[in-house]
Design a protein around this ligand. Structure first.
Ligand code: C2O
Ligand code: CU
Ligand code: CU
Length: 488
């Protein structure tokens, strides 16, 4: 069942149009959704996360070269409890340096797993993480500068759930029964069905966009859910793709949490946009017992140079994500959605300082750096405030405990902007004021025009292991759209 698929993408005057031919796997009914094994991580030894080289059958019957944490592709679901230390031994059994970055966690710089903490094959890194974060769905992934995109693409990523014993969460929370992790990633396969990571010119500029969607490492899987309320924890672990998730029958669902934890009340919607590294927990009501599919409308990553001539997203079709079948009625969990949730969005106070960030597709000479990006020179040509990332340069110094306003914008395209070590509140998006409480705690904001975020810095980071801020389009990050800051 091979369907070939041609894309024709013009790059205006900079290069001749390119024709890319890839295999798109036909939409057969999928295999069951794999549910990641849970690794409860507490204090004490014995929690081993081993980065390995894997052989995974992402396309049934065809093995691909992959990477994983303790498994062929992706990693276990890590469960941490607020107030307890999470001790973990991260081993590197691959051929290259790796890290394990706890994306979204509030830990000091030396525990954060950023690029300075890369460690080589045969080495083990054993952080003891003080878990000081409200209940939330987080992300972990490798973060080696210049290699993050390919390492995450091959599988060095997973989900973290933080439980908060102090908060009585009135939502479905029976893991694998009515509470499911959904790690969504777009991937491409060659004609034989092997995973490929071919960036080409468009991918270098816009980040990688694949033709097929995997959920928890399975292509367009199927999940049987109980008839009743079901919680889906969506993590966009794609390198660059933005999703607009919706159900084929147009049903309404409710978002109950964003990146950093619960919202003050469930938000009704029929469409959910998630940029790379964003998370959302949604509650879907399956009590009508009708089967349905989750799809995504293709979303561009914003016009290049305002004209939309490189609109991202590659084509206009709908992407199939996964399908749902409904089984027996729920035997656990609430039957009704609560009106209010024990959210933790608090008042950060007035900012004492404002900083400005411009995300640059072209740092320095625009035409020459665009050309460099297109032809894939090794030189980093993307940047922030005119400078590509430099591991030996500290870009910002922040005072511990202070609240700041960060203003972010871009010279071209839209970008998911991420800050390490904090959760922040979004004040302005696309130039318009928004309600920070309704958006909840965030650690990634999709910058689609002037954006303002309010941040309080509560965890320290020194010169040796500073925190990062960067675009979470992984190809942009690797090309230098990243900076670093100390907190002290
Ligand atoms: Cu998902 Cu710098 O991180
Ligand atoms: Cu991060
Ligand atoms: Cu970007």
């Amino acid at each position: 069942m091979k369907r070939r698929h041609f894309l024709s993408l013009g790059v205006a005057t900079l290069a001749a149009p390119v024709i890319i031919s890839r295999r798109t796997v036909a939409a057969e009914p999928g295999a069951p959704l794999p549910i990641p094994d849970v690794m409860e991580v507490g204090p004490g030894a014995g929690n081993i996360l081993s980065a390995i080289k894997g052989r995974a059958e992402l396309i049934p019957g065809v093995e691909s070269d992959t990477l994983g944490y303790g498994q062929d592709y992706l990693g276990p679901l890590l469960r941490f409890q607020r107030g307890r230390t999470a001790s973990i031994d991260v081993e590197n059994r691959t051929d290259d340096p790796i890290t394990a970055h706890w994306h979204g966690m509030h830990v000091p710089g030396y525990l954060d797993g950023g690029p300075q903490l890369a460690f080589g094959p045969g080495k083990t890194w054993s952080p003891e993480l003080p878990v000081d974060h409200p209940a939330a769905t987080l992300f972990y992934h490798s973060h080696v500068h210049g290699r993050t995109a390919e390492q995450v693409y091959r599988g060095l990523a997973g989900m973290i759930i933080i439980d908060d014993p102090e908060i009585d969460d009135p939502l479905p929370r029976d893991y694998g029964v009515n509470d499911f992790p959904l790690i969504v990633q777009d991937r491409s396969f060659d004609r034989s069905g092997r995973l490929t990571y071919d960036l080409g010119m468009m991918g270098r500029m816009q980040g990688f966009h694949g033709d097929d969607v995997l959920v928890n490492g399975a292509i367009r899987p199927k999940l049987t859910v109980p008839a009743g309320l079901v919680r889906l924890r969506l993590l966009n672990a794609s390198n660059a793709r933005i999703y607009d998730f919706n159900f084929t029958d147009g049903r309404q669902f409710h978002q109950v949490a964003s990146d950093g934890g619960l919202l003050p009340s469930p938000a009704a919607m029929v469409n959910l946009r998630l940029a790379p590294a964003e998370r959302a927990e949604i509650i879907v009501d399956f009590s009508d017992r009708s089967a349905v599919r989750l799809v995504s409308r293709n979303v561009g990553s914003g016009g290049m140079m305002g004209g939309g001539m490189m609109g991202g997203g590659n084509n206009t079709a709908t992407l199939d994500v996964m399908s749902f079948d409904v089984g027996d009625a729920s035997t656990s969990g609430p039957v009704q959605l609560p009106g209010f949730l024990p959210a933790t969005v608090s008042d950060l106070g007035e900012p004492v300082r404002t900083r400005e960030f411009i995300l640059n597709i072209s740092s320095g000479n625009m035409i020459s750096s665009m050309l460099n990006n297109l032809i894939g020179q090794d030189r980093q040509t993307m940047g922030i405030n005119g400078e590509p990332y430099d591991m030996s340069r500290i870009d910002q110094q922040v005072q511990l405990g202070e609240t700041e306003l960060w203003r972010i914008n871009a010279d071209m395209m839209t970008h998911p902007f991420h800050v390490h070590g904090v959760s922040f509140q979004v004040v302005t998006m696309g130039g318009r004021a928004v309600n920070p409480a309704a958006i909840g705690w965030k650690d990634v904001v999709h910058v689609e025009g002037p954006t303002e975020i309010l941040i309080r810095f509560d965890k320290p980071a020194t010169i040796d292991t500073p925190f990062m801020y960067h675009c979470h389009i992984l190809e942009h990050e690797d090309a230098g759209m990243m900076g670093q800051f100390t907190v002290g």
